[in-house]
Write a protein that binds this ligand. Structure first.
Ligand code: ADP
Length: 160
């Protein structure tokens, strides 16, 4: 039986922190499906197709990893994908409250799906998509914090 986890997020853009979460997830699961959330209320910098393309290009060639867009309920996506787990990453105590609420709500919606948390690698605890967007829009170098495929997208998005 294939053990599948769903890793949901906005990925605006994908960072090496996200990549680390996926790699850790693959120690526990056979397959990780990355769910790129439409999340219009967050007003993402990159549109959904671009965020999805960046995720797919990051993991190209690894058939244990898939990426799909979704705009409905996460537990629905998990059911569709026959996933028994939701994978999330924790960086600091500040992540906890939101993650706790989301995991509890998802459990109410679907008791059989477990949320599994993995800890960020120490060097990436400060890495967030928001931080990447801000630093790169001010001309800062983020090349050690994002997958190489993301760099041209960041450059394009900050061109006047
Ligand atoms: P969301 O909008 O759902 O928070 P994100 O793309 O910001 O989406 O994050 C998706 C998940 O990845 C969250 O669980 C978040 O805590 C986790 N995450 C983000 N950055 C890191 C990182 N540097 N290390 C570990 N986990 C991370």
């Amino acid at each position: 039986m294939t053990r599948t986890a769903i890793y949901p997020g906005t990925f605006d853009p994908i960072t090496l922190g996200h990549v680390d979460v996926v790699r850790r997830g693959l120690k526990l699961f056979d397959r990780v499906v990355i769910g790129v959330a439409a999340n219009p209320n967050k007003q993402p910098r990159f549109d959904l197709n671009t965020r999805l393309a960046m995720v797919r290009q990051t993991f190209v060639g690894d058939d244990r990893i898939e990426a799909i867009a979704f705009d409905g309920l996460l537990v629905e996506l998990a059911r569709q994908q026959k996933a028994k787990a939701i994978l999330r990453g924790l960086r600091a105590a500040s992540d906890f409250e939101y993650e706790f609420q989301m995991a509890t709500m998802n459990r109410r919606l679907e008791e059989s799906i477990e949320t599994v948390f993995v800890m960020a690698r120490e060097d990436y605890t400060f890495v967030s998509s928001r931080f990447i967007r801000e630093i790169s829009s001010m001309g800062g170098d983020v090349s050690e914090l994002v997958p190489p495929v993301v760099i041209p997208y960041l450059k394009k998005s900050t061109q006047p």
